[in-house]
Structure formats: C-alpha cells, structure tokens
Design a protein around this ligand. Structure first.
Ligand SMILES: [Zn+2]
Length: 356
C-alpha cells in the first residue's frame, strides 16, 4: 500500500484532499519488523540526517534502529519521531498533484510504526475529471444537468457502505479554536459559521441518506485564539503539538489544507489529544452557493467536512470504486457534494463511536 510508483501524472484541475491510509497495518508492519531484525546494521538505519519513510520498514523496534528524536520525511512532511506512547499524523491535500500522508506511532515499548501514503499511490486512470461529480467547466449552479448529476451521486453515495478508519478516535469532546488571522477578506463574513457548521455536521453524522441516529461523538467551537495551528510554514507538523486544537489559515502554496493530529496511547487504544487544521490562502474558496461562473474555486464547507472526518478517525476509501463518498480522497472544484456524508462515511463513524 505504500509502494511508490515512478511517475506522477500531470496536475489536474481538481483537488484531492487529505491523504490518509485508513489502516494501521499491524500485520504487515510486524512482518517488516521481523525481516528487519534478521539483517545486521540495516542499511536503512542511517546514523544521521533525515530518514525517508519509503526506505524504512513498517515497524522499527528500538533493537533494529534507535529512532528517538529522528526526523522522518514523506512528501513534504518532516515529522520528528514522537515519544513512547504518542503519535502524530500529517495529512496534506494538494490541488492537482495528489495528497500524501505520514503517520508515526511510537508504542510504549519504543517501537515506531510508520504508515505513509504518497500521491501516486492513489493515482489511477479512472480518476479523470469526467468521473468526478462536477467539474470546473463553470455554468450556473443548480442547472438541470448539474442537478441530475448530483442526484445520481447521492444515490451512489447512499448505496455504498464502505469506510476505513485511521486507528485512533476521540474519547471525549473535540474542542476546537479558530485563529481567524489570515482569513481571506471575502470569507470573513462566512468562514467561522461555515467551518463550525461543517464540524458539527460531521459530529452528528449529518448525511444525504436520511439516516437519523447520531454517532456518539461531540465537538464544540471553543472560541477564537491567537495560538497557531501546529503546522510549519513549510507545510509539515511541528514535533509535539501544544494540546490545543487550532484551525487557522496559512499561506500554503501547494496544498488546499493541512491537518496535523496528535495521539496518546491510553493503554487500550490511540486517543486523539489534538487535531489542528490549516486552510490555504493560496486557493480560491466559496461558501454558500456555487458561484455562477465558478472556476477552480473550492467549497470550504465540503473540504472541512472531509477533514473533520479524518480528525474523528475516518480514513479514505478508494476513489475508483467509492468515489461518491465524502471520504474519497478526490474532490473537484465548483461542487458541494462533500457537504453531507454518504452511507459509508456515516457508517464508519457510527460503528466507531456507536449511535444514540
Ligand atoms: Zn482525506
């Protein structure tokens, strides 16, 4: 699942959001660790410099290689190996070039599990703009053709029960703050309400399929803050987080948004202690209705719904076979289809958290 293909396809006029591989692949990781221990002074365990995730086994025990304090890179993510019993994930969503993910989990015994997904892992010929529910050809919102396409997408989304999970969850409420500095001027009247609506919608399982029972998870907008998301200007996560979940805006030329989440091992499972998100000021966004002459402009609410899905523990589904779900890694500009969850998105949250 982390095989690297040699070439990237050309950038396309759509965006793929927030790469995550949905499985912390324990079995594969264990096998990789086993094979690593059979070598002597493994070549991948270079004593200095940044280690590349694609050269490392899925799990590295302290006996294999001492990774304490080391930096591991995948795509633009450069993460410092977290302390035992803690974890960190970097999810970046790029416009056109794909997305990448890096998750580092350090077990209490010091073994480090490395999960990564590169943009090319998801790139397939099936993912053409023609396959997306809407494209950026423009035209008035709500036109007949657009409505028919939307209805078909809804039907597909409500027949598809697929989901994946990241391997972590909340045990308490997700309290998030907004740093509004850097909000693009045209979004100032609507950004907070849009982000808050999207976050609340995910927490209550708001879906397009008429499923009314709510997942047992909660969130709260905790107010404004001058704290910053623990995301570096270069586009990666800072090493430790600060324990406060901050959403904000940053100049991120390559990516639509970036999410960094931090976890703790509570003796039974990985629990989210912080989830920060930075939205890029380098792209055009809309809120409310699709602009009448829409071109390469992204739905803020739909992007946040997808992102908060990750925050609450959902991973991606395969866009080739489950492209109508919100947790498909692909999203086109000039569409609002990601605002409401599909059946699989809802089902994943419901099974993780139970329903009330
Ligand atoms: Zn994603």
């Amino acid at each position: 699942m982390s095989a690297t293909r040699p070439t990237l396809t050309p950038a396309r006029r759509r965006a793929r959001l927030f790469g995550v591989i949905g499985v912390i692949a324990a079995t594969g990781a264990a096998l990789a660790a086993q094979s690593a221990t059979e070598g002597t002074a493994a070549a991948w365990c270079s004593p200095a410099g940044i280690l590349r995730a694609d050269t490392l086994p899925g799990t590295v025990s302290p006996a294999d290689c001492d990774l304490r304090g080391r930096e591991i890179a995948s795509g633009s993510a450069h993460l410092t190996v977290p302390a035992p019993g803690s974890g960190i994930s970097a999810l970046e969503g790029t416009a056109g070039g794909g997305e990448s993910t890096l998750i580092l989990l350090t077990a209490p015994n010091g073994s480090v599990t490395i999960t990564r997904q590169t943009p090319e892992d998801h790139e397939t010929p099936a993912n053409t703009p023609a396959n997306t529910p809407a494209n950026d050809a423009g035209g008035p919102a709500g036109g007949g053709a657009a409505t028919a396409t939307s209805a078909a997408a809804t039907t597909a989304a409500c027949r598809d029960g697929s989901y994946t999970t990241m391997g972590y969850k909340f045990t308490g409420r997700f309290d998030w703050y907004l740093n509004s500095s850097g909000t693009p001027g045209y979004l100032r009247p609507s950004a907070l309400s849009t982000i808050a609506t999207a976050t609340a919608d995910v927490a209550r399982g708001s879906n397009k399929c008429g499923l009314a029972r709510k997942p047992k998870l909660s969130q709260r907008y905790a107010g404004g803050t001058s704290r910053r998301p623990q995301i570096s200007a270069a586009g990666s996560c800072t090493s430790r987080g600060d324990g406060v979940s901050v959403t904000g805006w940053m100049k991120l030329p390559r990516v639509l948004a970036y999410t960094c989440s931090y976890y703790k091992w509570n003796g039974r499972s990985w629990v989210v202690s912080e989830s920060d998100m930075a939205m890029s000021t380098s792209f055009s966004w809309f809120t409310g209705r699709i602009p009448s002459r829409c071109s390469y402009t992204f739905d803020l609410r739909g992007v946040v719904v997808h992102e908060r899905g990750h925050t609450f523990g959902l991973g991606h589904v395969d866009s080739r076979t489950h492209g109508s779900l919100t947790m498909s890694p692909y999203s086109a500009p000039c569409t609002t289809v990601n605002r409401a969850l599909g059946y699989g998105d809802y089902r994943g949250l419901s099974l993780m958290y139970g329903v009330s």
